[in-house]
Write a protein that binds this ligand. Structure first.
Ligand SMILES: Cc1ncc(COP(=O)(O)O)c(C=O)c1O
Length: 404
């Protein structure tokens, strides 16, 4: 590492909470699917800020939308009507079967809103004392107290935060009988990701999702989908639930919504949205002018340029290329899974060395649970970049290095 890098790391260690396990890489700039470090070295970005820059970094049309809205109006609060917010809601609702949007600032906040809505809808619209929220093992829904409690993972996410909020339970991933047994008259909602992202790129089987939606309908509880990571064309459809032929009562999104500006959204069917009335939920910044104008441009570009189709085609190309690498190194790669450009390459052993070697060769991706190379590139990435990554992985596995 260079002195510039080391100096920055030393300053960081003194002043910031040490909550992040960071890669040994300091990014100075990013454009399209390329990031540049402090010394000017370029990297192919196969992570997009964790599924955020779906249209690539510093997209010129988004920069233009941001600048022109900032000149007009930055922030006035939700005490006022603002046209970018309404325009964004109209555009987003045109991509799905929901009827109303609530805007906030992050994925956790969007899920927090969904949990609150489910409970309040049951009490004030359905007159039912049902407040239980069911989630799946391995899931990730955020870091607020309610969403970390909803998260189906043990460990540091939850450790030391007791007492956790009541009314949450977790069922095994993909086990439909367990879900059927868990849903009762006390259940307000079942919340799930179509493909678990932090869980290591794990898609739910189609039959499970359809049956889960049926179970919720029959029991009179809400079927809610967390599209914080899978949303916004990532999986080859605008929303991942559209692969499964289901219509959630409520779904949430965030990461790619404003392509790098902090924003979240909760979308709901009309009858469920009645669970919120003036004063029952709010945020100061949610749906502000600049983030809304940028997000509206994101949706417009995604529809105009068929970004979902692009993710589908590139995803197929990438999966084929990675499976070819797997066929050459069956002892090193246990599986390749994913949908669109949300891809996990499951290594047979610990992957830290491979992950670091890839970075050395100029490719940035994520390593989930120590063994899954998780790829969430910009959906605008060139096919050649994906093929070059496959080649680099092939070269690394072909060398004499062991996986750890
Ligand atoms: C599926 C899912 N839900 C919720 C969240 C939380 O989003 P945020 O970090 O914006 O609060 C994440 C973040 O990774 C996520 O992947």
């Amino acid at each position: 590492m260079t002195s510039k890098h080391d100096a920055l790391v030393a300053r960081e260690k003194k002043v910031l909470f040490q909550t992040y396990g960071r890669y040994p890489l300091a990014i100075a700039a990013a454009k399209g699917a390329r990031m540049t470090d402090l010394d000017g070295k370029q990297y192919v970005d196969l992570l997009a800020g964790i599924a955020v820059a779906n249209l690539g970094h510093s997209h010129p049309e988004l920069l233009e939308a941001m600048a022109s809205q900032a000149e007009k109006l930055l922030h006035v609060s939700n005490l006022f009507y603002q046209s970018p917010q309404v325009e964004l809601a109209e555009l987003l609702l045109s991509t799905c079967a929901c009827d109303r949007a609530f805007f906030c600032n992050s994925g956790a906040e969007a899920n927090e809103a969904a949990i609150k809505l489910a409970r309040r809808y049951m009490r004030t619209v359905r007159y039912k004392d049902a407040g239980e929220i069911i989630t799946l093992s391995g899931s990730f829904h955020g870091r607020t107290l309610a969403t970390l409690t909803a998260t189906g993972q043990a460990g540091r996410i939850k450790e030391g935060y007791e007492p956790l909020p009541a009314g949450f339970s977790c069922v095994p991933f993909g086990d439909i009988d367990a879900l059927r047994a868990a849903v009762t008259q006390k259940t307000a909602a079942v919340l799930m990701e179509m493909i678990q992202g932090e869980g290591g790129v794990l898609p739910l089987p189609e039959s499970y999702v359809r049956e889960a939606a049926d179970i919720c309908r029959e029991a009179g509880c809400l079927f809610m989908v967390d599209e914080v990571q899978t949303g916004m064309c990532r999986t080859g459809r605008f929303w991942a639930h559209q692969h499964y032929g289901v219509e959630p009562d409520v779904f949430t999104t965030s990461k790619a919504l404003a392509n790098g500006l902090p924003m979240g959204a909760m979308l709901a069917k009309e009858h469920v949205a009645k669970g919120f009335v003036p004063g029952s939920h709010a945020t100061t910044f949610g749906g502000g002018g600049v983030v809304s104008a940028v997000a509206a441009k994101v949706v417009e570009i995604m529809k105009r340029d068929d970004i979902a189709g692009r993710a589908r085609d590139l995803g197929k190309l990438a999966l084929d290329a990675f499976r070819a690498v797997q066929a050459k190194h069956p002892d090193r790669i246990a599986g390749v899974r994913g949908l669109g450009l949300m891809i996990g390459i499951v290594l047979s052993g610990p992957g830290e060395t491979i992950h670091a070697d890839l970075r050395q060769r100029g490719f940035v991706c994520n390593l989930a649970h120590g063994t899954v190379l998780r790829l969430l590139p910009p959906l605008t990435i060139a096919a050649e970049d994906l093929l070059a990554f496959a080649q680099a992985l092939d070269d690394i596995l072909g060398s004499d290095k062991k996986t750890s």
